[in-house]
Design a protein around this ligand. Structure first.
Ligand code: SF4
Ligand code: ZN
Length: 272
């Protein structure tokens, strides 16, 4: 697995000399494996710096344990670690924002967490933001965007990253399955049983995950085919789906495709 990730990093130039890589470390399995692996692989790269950023959304009974796990790991590896909370950034915890809106938990959390990670990476002076998305996550996202009819989101990532105001996001584990990551953690004595987010039960991803796992079991290669199909669509798109120019948000100046960015739009709807 390490060799495959090293090869992905090299051939896709995900990390280059003098990069300052911020790893989004939730403390869960994928991000733990990513940090362990990058720590090993990048030891030979003297001019590349690695730090970890953890976002504390404020989810009672869940986030505390994963933050402790992240602190133990970064302490053991000697990696600089920053923790940013929703309360310090947005004024309230996710639990508070979600009162009466629990069914929208993951959409709201996703938008705010993305913003928090960008703020953390910018503060740390990072040149790349690495996330632990694995092959299963990527395949699930493809299917979810298709189910929602959201083609612009399907091809948005690669287009957005080319805009100068973004810190490029990299996903070194995007070709590594959840099972391989679990095995890697077990072999490296880094497996941790952690609680599940209480909002997972509202997530569409949970249903898609179970369906796709069944397909993968019966038809091996399904997940990889989905991710590669998305990449083919992106290469063929040539702007017909994502034709809007990237602009600056009227409120906060962040890059966005409309008048307001997703965070400012969300804030307006939460204030109503
Ligand atoms: Fe956020 Fe949803 Fe993940 Fe919980 S399951 S941390 S609410 S995205
Ligand atoms: Zn904004």
């Amino acid at each position: 697995m390490e060799l495959r990730v090293a090869d992905t990093i090299k051939t896709r130039q995900l990390i280059v000399p003098q990069d300052h890589v911020a790893v989004a470390l939730s403390g869960g399995k994928d991000s733990t494996a990513l940090l362990l692996l990058l720590h090993r692989l990048l030891q030979a790269w003297e001019d590349v710096r690695l730090i970890a950023i953890t976002i504390d959304e404020g989810i009672a009974g869940y986030r505390e344990e994963t933050i402790q796990s992240a602190e133990r790991l970064t302490g053991r590896l000697g990696i600089e670690h920053h923790c940013i909370s929703f309360t310090s950034l947005f004024g309230e915890s996710l639990d508070a924002f979600l009162t009466g809106r629990e069914t929208q938990a993951c959409s709201i959390c996703g938008i705010m967490r993305k913003k928090a990670l960008v703020v953390g990476a910018q503060k740390a002076g990072a040149t790349k933001l690495a996330t632990g998305h694995n092959l299963d996550d990527e395949a699930q996202s493809v299917l979810m965007n298709i189910f929602r009819g959201d083609l612009s989101r399907l091809v948005r990532n690669s287009r957005g990253e080319s805009h100068g105001k973004f810190i490029p996001r990299i996903k070194p584990l995007s070709r590594i399955s959840e099972k391989e990551i679990a095995t890697y953690l077990l072999i490296n004595h880094a497996w941790n049983e952690l609680p599940e987010c209480p909002y997972t039960r509202y997530a569409m991803r949970r249903e898609v995950r179970s369906m796709l796992s069944g397909f993968e079991y019966k038809h091996p290669g399904t997940m990889l085919n989905l991710v590669e199909s998305k990449e083919k669509i992106e290469r063929c798109d040539k702007g017909s789906v994502m034709s809007e120019p990237i602009r600056s948000c009227r409120e906060c100046g962040d890059p966005c495709s409309g008048d307001l960015c997703q965070v400012c739009l969300l804030r307006q709807s939460l204030d109503r």
